[in-house]
Design a protein around this ligand. Structure first.
Ligand code: SF4
Length: 350
């Protein structure tokens, strides 16, 4: 955290009233920030600010990407205008996804975020490939970025990957351009793996030349823990393959297959678990409860205690998870179905 200038969010959450906090802040899942105090002040004073986020249209939403969504919706609920980027250019440059294919996936992704509760009145949804100002910003920023800087952050990459990093900087600073909101506070919730990228964005935003040109305010970031894959891998991601993630399109049949296979912190035998208790701190099932499937902090605490004391066993814990996940996804799919036409319309009108 100190290497990337990330502050401990626990030290500032007390400045917000408890009912204004997101559960991730209370549970330490959102643990770091840069300049979040300014956003908290804006929330308290009901001042305008923008929330920046996006998705690479390379596949379905999975539950790992839902973490950022939940945070974005939280900031929107508390007054932020959402800038939602369909990162089709990044998908093209990084994953070689043709723009047309990215367009089709984007419809699905937008329907998802609408079903999750994005309020269109306070949102701007755009595709990178069509948003000339983002592409222009990326070109302008490139004058202050050297090959060695990019290599230091992202390692040896094809030039397209470096280009897409600059495009993302453009995304984050887009809301501050005169034709959009003008210089405004912005917050971008990300996983910790994005820390180097956040630093690059802030380094460019603070350059005197760009400040004089655009009057940028320093962009704020929040950092959350990353949800690992179902088999215990470090990150649930589209590239890890669908077997190791839960998508928002799971059916009862696929959930029945995936949930029993999730890695847990359970012991080798029932007797051992009754005696020693489970280990929720290394359990992916418990992670899913912490991030998504338990709203009430006391209930979460109770499950943790019951696990540690051996009062509940992994089978029943997974059965409960299955019921909750199934209910959530079923409800989501119903809502999503009614949003597909709207999602198409949004993209066509851009
Ligand atoms: S009882 Fe539940 S929380 Fe505890 S280790 Fe088993 S699956 Fe994980």
């Amino acid at each position: 955290m100190s290497e990337f200038g990330i502050q401990d969010i626990a030290k500032v959450v007390d400045t917000l009233e408890k009912d204004l906090l997101h559960p991730y802040m209370r549970r330490g899942l959102m643990f770091g920030h840069t300049d979040i105090e300014k956003i908290f002040e804006a929330i308290k004073k009901k001042q305008e600010f923008a929330v920046m986020t996006g998705i690479k249209p390379t596949g379905q939403y999975h539950i790992g990407s839902l973490i950022t969504c939940n945070e974005v919706l939280y900031f929107q609920k508390h007054g932020g205008k959402v800038y939602f980027c369909i990162a089709d250019m990044e998908a093209y440059l990084h994953s070689k996804t043709p723009l047309k294919e990215g367009h089709e996936t984007a419809i699905d992704n937008i329907a998802d975020i609408l079903a999750l509760g994005l309020d269109l009145k306070d949102s701007y949804i755009y595709k990178q490939s069509e948003e000339k100002e983002v592409l222009r910003l990326a070109s302008i920023f490139s004058r202050n970025v050297t090959y060695n800087m990019l290599k230091g952050i992202y390692g040896e990459q094809a030039f397209g990957a470096y280009q897409s990093a600059l495009i993302q900087v453009g995304d984050i600073l887009l809301p501050q351009l005169g034709d959009y909101e003008g210089p405004i506070l912005t917050v971008t919730p990300v996983g910790l793996e994005q820390a180097p990228h956040a630093r690059l964005t802030r380094d460019l935003a603070r350059k005197q030349y760009f400040r004089d040109l655009y009057g940028f305010k320093m962009p704020s970031f929040t950092f959350h823990q990353i949800l690992g894959s179902l088999d215990g891998g470090d990150k649930m991601s589209k590239s890890a393959g669908s077997t190791f993630m839960i998508t928002l399109s799971e059916t009862e049949k696929t959930l029945k297959k995936k949930i029993p296979a999730i890695i847990t912190g359970g012991r080798d035998t029932k007797q051992e678990q009754l005696k020693l208790g489970g280990q929720p701190e290394i359990c992916r099932v418990f992670d899913l409860y912490r991030f998504f499937f338990t709203e009430d902090d006391n209930e979460l605490e109770k499950r943790q205690q019951e696990c540690k004391s051996g009062k509940i066993l992994c089978g029943e814990c997974k059965q409960d998870l299955f019921s909750r996940a199934r209910k959530f996804i079923e409800k989501h799919q119903d809502k999503k179905e009614s949003k597909v036409d709207l999602a198409k319309q949004i993209l066509e009108e851009q």
